[in-house]
Design a protein around this ligand. Sequence first.
Ligand SMILES: [Zn+2]
Length: 610
Amino acid sequence: MASPVLPSSGVLSPLGLDAVRLAPGFWGDRVVLNREVTMAHCQEWMEKEGWIANFRGELPRRGREFSDSEIYKLLEGLAWADHPALPELAGIVARAQEADGYLNTRWRHARYTDFEWGHELYCYGHLIQAGVARLRTHGEDELTQVVRRVADHVCDRFMETTETCGHPVVEMALVELFRATGVERYLEMARRFVDRRGLPALADIEFGRSYFQDDVPVRRARVFHGHAVRALYLASGVVDVAVETGDLDLLKTVEAQWESTIARRTYLTGGMGSRHFGESFGEDFELPSDRAYSETCAGVASFMLAHRLLLATGDVRYADLAERTLYNVLATSPALDGKSFFYANPLQVRVPAEPLDGINLAAEGGLRSPWFTVSCCPSNIARTFASLPAYVAAADGAGVRVHHHTPAEIRHDGLVLNVETDYPWSGRVAVTVAEGGTGPISLRVPAWAEGATLSYGETRRAVPPGYAVAEVDGGWRPGDVITLDLPVVSRWTVPDARIDALRGSVAIERGPLVYCAESAGDVPPLAEVVVRPDAAVEHVVDGAVELDVKAALISGAPTGWPYTAEKETPDEEPITLRLVAYHRWGNHGPATMRVWLPVDTARSRYLEEV
Ligand SMILES: [Zn+2]
């Protein structure tokens, strides 16, 4: 089965790339663009920056200490896509491997001298994930041999020590290699890396040990904390270890940490990490829109974690969070042409960017960057989109569960299903049976979808959030159609009052999509806008739904001291404000943007009424 995650136990088993093929549509188009444009774009930049030449031994070595990992993430993407560019690139990597399995272009003359910042095990983790992808899509070849030697080297070198890496990822990679090869010591090595973290295993650093989750053993942590990508990669590896070792307490610990993090430390978009300092989670309810970091890679990592928890537990809320993150973080990072990326994904941008010049930019102000000095995000998008079909559906022992509604062909146990839908723009999902079979067919109903209906044969019934389960006596026959109607209409969303930065604001969501105002064209300055949360008017523009809402402009330049005892109503000029899906913003040049909009409290008693 060709899937990035293949647990040997759990409530659900994923259906892999060999069982799910995406058709043209929201995600199918992105997977094709990724294969045909984004991966070549990444490889060109890696060549241009000298990161591939590092493997050829060219001097001086170029790039940051972890740049090897970008080549590995690209290799993983190429493997999932079964791309013809893989063997040549894998050969360049293979020739840099040393006789004992060691492989790193930065530290070859100073091996394992800096566990806090060296990223050697982190790089191995991404290389091992590429090897797993190759094993599952192609079988043994030069790349998988390199990966086996690396994994054996890691076990030989680290099994009996107390060391670990400042940046997790090797944990989940080793568990997956165990799943792919059956070599038990890879699992044991992963378990030891998890258990020794937080004892502590690393030296203190300027950000503190919480930065790399070495401040407390994972079994004692209450919530995800520190560097967001590290925390979420670690949690993914912990779930994998828990599942494979049957450690249910450990699994429950991660579930509780996830719950706390969702309730207190997650943006409306699903984004995680509210601090630029240390690229880290903030404290509970510290979720500023304009200073949101919400790194693309943290979105990828959260998506991977949610998928693992979904497979282990069958709890549909993990799929809900995965969907939110998929549409509002992962789909947002790449530009519509697949050649530039957001690194951070804030929910408010106050100043439009200066025109792009060079690569050492933060990709802020509505302009994505084609590449970065630390370019973790583009290759992370590339490998995730290349494997995306493997996240769409799963089997539960009795039948099929479809978690992400997108045009696709899904095969399981003789059953072939064709999914047709314009989701997320509209809510009708039609599943046609192309080849018959048995077992229930379950379609996910997201938590926001109150009032959904399910129809097939003579059956038509309301279905609450969770799974809409279609079952027939005697099995499914070719031509049977199951239709799920989700209420994809715009809705106003109010934040928890404890999120200080959002008090007095509302946002609009429509289906799984978060919307935002963008200052492209003749849109007024967004800092001066207040909204009236009445019904929005829909428009279809380039196949996407845009929304007009009633708003007002606070007029007059601010003068004097802005804090007073008087509750004077400012002058306001009514306007109509156009909102676009957040993932589409920033595709028309420099712009300002905001998701959360202050409520016009002078004219509306909305907040008191809800
Ligand atoms: Zn990143």
